[in-house]
Design a protein around this ligand. Structure first.
Ligand SMILES: C[S@@+](CC[C@H](N)C(=O)[O-])C[C@H]1O[C@@H](n2cnc3c(N)ncnc32)[C@H](O)[C@@H]1O
Length: 239
């Protein structure tokens, strides 16, 4: 499987971080999928995640020349042990849509940001591509993404409350390429939903067949291509 080989997502992340990459906090870095691609000197990066195993592979995956400028730490967005005004940028990398308490996480981001610091939120868009929408629907999921919707509403609330002011917004199209129908069927549960094997296993043969049939329409050369949409929103801290 190839995910976003044109690196549209990473190019967009770099556009949002370029103007202020000094002391950066990445929240929910996981195994460093995004970290190792966007991070470059100069600057200092602290990347946090509650998952220790994921952090261990993240720290192995960072190129040697950047290792001195990156520190991985166990931590949760809702309660961080950094002092106030510590960072120029706080970057949620597909994580504001995964935290337990979105509003509390954004309040914490506001606290640790310096005055005029920048909040960057990257997540799967509330409205997926039509292809992912059809697959979600066949998989018994809401067509729009409830977790991204919660994150989006929390961002709006913080802006309405005068904590942040929006400065830049983009919706980026990315492509996933799958080499075979078998790979496609294995990928479905993790990305488009159902989101776990038990849910997938409990689907009827008829529904899985419907997904396969729809996948036949996604042929691209000798592979299957599924497009999707990610959203990037940057906002500046107001005191
Ligand atoms: C969808 S993954 C994204 C991982 C990585 N940033 C990426 O884009 O591939 C969401 C990440 O958020 C982390 N996470 C979940 N709850 C969190 C919380 N309360 N605070 C910070 N990170 C959290 C998870 O452990 C997971 O690594």
């Amino acid at each position: 499987m190839q995910e976003d080989p044109a690196e549209e997502e990473i190019k967009a992340v770099k556009r949002h971080l370029a103007f202020a990459a000094k002391d950066v906090l990445e929240i929910g870095c996981g195994d460093g999928r995004v970290t190792r691609k966007y991070w470059s000197e100069p600057g200092q990066l602290i990347a946090i995640d509650p998952d220790k195993e994921a952090l261990a592979s993240a720290s192995k995956s960072v190129p040697e020349n950047l290792a001195k400028t990156v520190r991985f730490k166990v931590g949760r967005a809702e309660k961080m042990d950094f002092t106030k005004d510590s960072f120029d940028v706080v970057f949620f990398s597909w994580s504001l849509c995964c935290v337990q308490d979105t509003h509390r996480s954004l309040r914490e981001a506001w606290r640790v940001l310096r005055p005029k610091g920048v909040l960057v939120n990257l997540m799967p868009d509330v409205e997926p591509s039509i292809e992912v929408g059809v697959l979600r629907s066949l998989g018994g999921k809401d067509v729009t993404r409830p977790f991204s919707t919660d994150a989006y509403k929390a961002l709006i609330r913080c802006m309405k409350d005068g904590m942040f002011v929006p400065i830049k917004e983009e919706r980026i199209f990315i492509n996933f390429y799958l080499d075979s129908m078998e790979e496609f069927v294995n990928w479905l549960p993790s990305y488009t939903g159902p989101f776990n094997e038990a849910e997938f296993a409990s689907m009827t043969k008829k529904s899985i067949e419907a997904m396969r049939k729809f996948a036949q329409t996604l042929r691209w050369d000798h592979r299957l291509r599924v497009g999707d949409v990610v959203s990037l929103i940057s906002a500046q801290k107001l005191s």
